[in-house]
Write a protein that binds this ligand. Structure first.
Ligand code: SAH
Ligand code: F3S
Length: 432
């Protein structure tokens, strides 16, 4: 039996793409998944190119894999860096057997047989493709609802690696949800670069269905207990969507609201489509409608032209919204993107200082946010064993909560009273 090793970097979309690749290779090609790259006959790396760092790491990683791999084993590079570098990867690293772009996952079996293959077509339509089943967690199912992104935010490489946005037909999504539930998953995680733009374009016909309709459809599937999704775009957070989010009991009360910047001037240069005021209005509305909601966000500091006063506006929004989680990044110029050409790039040390300021402020906020959880009761869905005799899971509003326990709690939903708080996770005891 041939053995497959796969390493996945980047976002949830990549995790799901890796699952598709594993399914195709194990179910149709007889591969067996292994954890040790030294044992493998095929070594895959599913890459991310959203910032420069992971791209640098790619070449050192495949160099390492090439050194330790078995004689005759093949190396393949998949994902977003495969899309944007294409055959350059094979030029720089001739021992790579094939390059498979983020929008070409369905061609994995095909490239396997073609030494030197480069499949990186960003028009390739995978929206109707029936992949086999493989899930890395039996408890939660990642399900794609769209591929690509039409937004073209001026800093972002994703539209150039994953192509234009196409929505997956709702009946295919519902069928996937039914299969996942039949396999034991209680939680469904809907995935897309821009989920609440769902329905913008279908490949084969004119359909009239949006993300809110899709949420209703998915929540009507028997056996679905929880629905999460990522990532929504603040621009498309209309009242109807917020209303469904607030009132549908199956939709988990955690929302990702990628801010990027708190300055309308910078948001305009990023081509985000909303203003600071719109963002604040949506966040406030959300907090009013769902008092238990936890809001996470993505912030970029040091975007070209960002001045001190713009950064201060970002800080102001952070203070006002009180995000429970912040993923913050220093702006990284990316190939193919317009912002890379802007003349007023911010010096690295300025961006670095802003990043530290933002992160320090948020750490202080997190202390207050987490202390408020003491004594509260959360409904926790357990899915992971932790060292020291603990089991962990997520609350409805996406806190990581651990309790003393073992396997018998996996896949179970329990009420837990919080007895210990921390910035990133909570600890508690099941309520009898
Ligand atoms: N809509 C996507 C966004 C993908 S990129 C989603 O599903 O989340 C994830 C985050 O990376 C973005 O929200 C942004 O904050 C950050 N990012 C993207 N391009 C970047 C760049 N050039 N430099 C720094 N951070 C970037
Ligand atoms: Fe990137 Fe903006 Fe789309 S961040 S993935 S271009 S919504």
């Amino acid at each position: 039996m041939r053995k497959l090793y796969i390493e996945t970097l980047g976002c949830a979309m990549n995790v799901r793409d890796s699952e598709h690749i594993i399914a195709e290779l194990t179910e149709k090609e007889g591969f067996q998944l292994v954890e040790d790259p030294k044992e493998a006959d095929l070594l895959l790396i599913n890459t991310c190119s959203v910032r420069e760092k992971p791209v640098h790491k790619l070449f050192s990683e495949i160099g390492y894999l090439n050194k330790i791999k078995r004689e005759g084993a093949k190396i393949g590079v998949c994902g977003c860096t495969a899309s944007h570098l294409g055959e350059e990867i094979i030029k720089r690293a001739p021992y790579v057997s094939f390059v498979l772009g983020a929008r070409n996952v369905s061609k994995i079996r095909d490239v396997l047989e073609r030494e030197g293959a480069v499949e990186v077509d960003i028009d390739h339509d995978e929206s109707q493709y029936a992949f086999s089943d493989y899930r890395s967690s039996p408890y939660k199912a990642l399900i794609n609802i769209s591929i690509g992104c039409d937004k073209r935010c001026t800093f972002c490489i994703v539209p150039y690696t994953r192509g234009d946005e196409i929505s997956i037909p709702p009946e295919l999504i519902v069928r996937e949800v039914e299969r996942a539930v039949a396999g034991g998953a209680k939680e469904i995680f809907l995935l897309g670069q821009n989920v609440n733009n769902y329905g913008r374009r279908f490949s084969d016909r004119e359909r009239k269905i949006d993300f809110t309709d899709l949420l209703k459809m998915v929540s009507e599937v028997d056996g679905v207990e929880r629905i999460r999704f990522t990532s929504p775009h603040p621009l498309h957070m209309d009242d109807r969507f917020l209303q469904e989010f607030a009132t549908n009991p199956k939709i988990c009360k955690s929302m990702h609201m990628p801010l990027q910047s708190g300055s309308t001037r910078i948001l305009r240069r990023m081509k985000r489509g909303y203003t600071k005021e719109w963002f604040l209005d949506r966040a406030q509305r959300l907090r009013e409608m769902v008092p238990t909601v936890r809001i996470s966000t993505d912030i970029i500091v040091g975007f070209p032209g960002e001045e001190e006063r713009d950064f201060e506006e970002t800080i102001e929004v952070v203070r006002k919204v009180q995000f429970e989680q912040i993923f913050s990044f220093k702006y990284s110029p990316r190939p193919l993107t317009p912002a890379r050409e802007y003349r007023d790039q911010v010096p690295d040390e300025v961006a670095g200082r802003r990043l530290s300021l933002l992160q320090e402020l948020h750490l202080q906020m997190l202390d207050e946010i987490s202390e408020r959880e003491m004594g509260k009761i959360h409904q926790v869905y357990f899915d992971e064993l932790k060292p020291g005799g603990y089991v962990a899971g997520r609350s409805d509003n996406n806190w990581i909560v651990k309790v003393k326990g073992s396997e018998e709690l996996l896949g179970e939903m329990r009420a837990v009273r919080i007895t210990k708080t921390g910035r990133l996770a909570l600890e508690g005891e099941p309520v009898a």
